[in-house]
Design a binder for this molecule. Sequence first.
Ligand code: P6P
Length: 337
Amino acid sequence: MKIAKTLGQFIIEKQADFPYAKGELSRLLRDIGIAAKIVNREVNKAGLADILGEAGTINVQGEGQKKLDVYANEQFISALQHGGECCIVASEENDECIHIDSEISKDAKYIVAMDPLDGSSNIDVNVAVGTIFSIYHRKSTEGRATIDDVLQRGTEQVAAGYVIYGSSTMLVYTTGKGVNGFTLDPSIGEFCLSHPDMQIPKDGVIYSINEGYYTHFPDGVKKYIKYCQVEDAATKRPYTSRYIGSMVADLHRNLIKGGIFIYPVTASTPKGKLRLVYECNPMAFIIEQAGGKASNGYQRILELDVEQLHQRSAIFIGSENMVKKAEEMMLCFSPQQ
Ligand code: P6P
């Protein structure tokens, strides 16, 4: 029986893709993979261990932190602190960036921005959750890394990926040369290449949006939703509505099957809900590398100016032709102010 290539073997094999790297990015991706396996172990037994429920703390977003949120955040930060390749970490769970000043990291040149456990409100009901990460080179190699090293445009990403803790646990990532997916084989404790060269279909029949906020959506979004619901055999409409409420799970499904995910601005989230630095930018990098499209309804996500660590953005992301159609509706019915 042919053994699938492990994440570690694949990373080393692709080392040649980074002519200037001397293995640092490979080691950084390895460190993230290790933390993902540790978090996976706790997520998979969440119902058994005393790790469900509220941690009794509030994160910078003002959201109640689940115990697994806090645990996942600690595990990824620890892996990055001990791996020696990362000089500063930005996390959804922390108000400020975390500097890594250890001796082992003194020459570290990578920045990591992450959402350690996205969709955590779904943990207690056993719905798939995920980790999202984004990797940059530090802009200057002089002195200590600063917030300016973190606030870079999405186009500057060196790598991005996500882990989905679902019916199986997968790590999907890109370094700008396509997207590859690895499934965790618990029998050997390794992520194994299961989805080489992932491509999102140019068209899809799934639209993913929280229609509970319909009355608060911009007219362009309302028009697009109605477009999805109109009977038209030639374009395979009406489309199917699928919304898990876990960005990683919704986008992973659309990456494989085709589809569009929309989280627009609403009355209560006038700048959008999802965070640009550690949710929208990494997912946009991945989806574009898989042949899809990602915008805020008007501008390419990866080209948006990044001014604040926890800044939010609207996001229209997925199959290229579906995003283009939604953008047409936005241009027509909700022109950018
Ligand atoms: P709503 C989870 O809290 C999250 O950040 C994303 O994973 C998800 O897509 C979105 O929020 C769901 O938000 O308002 O539909 O519950």
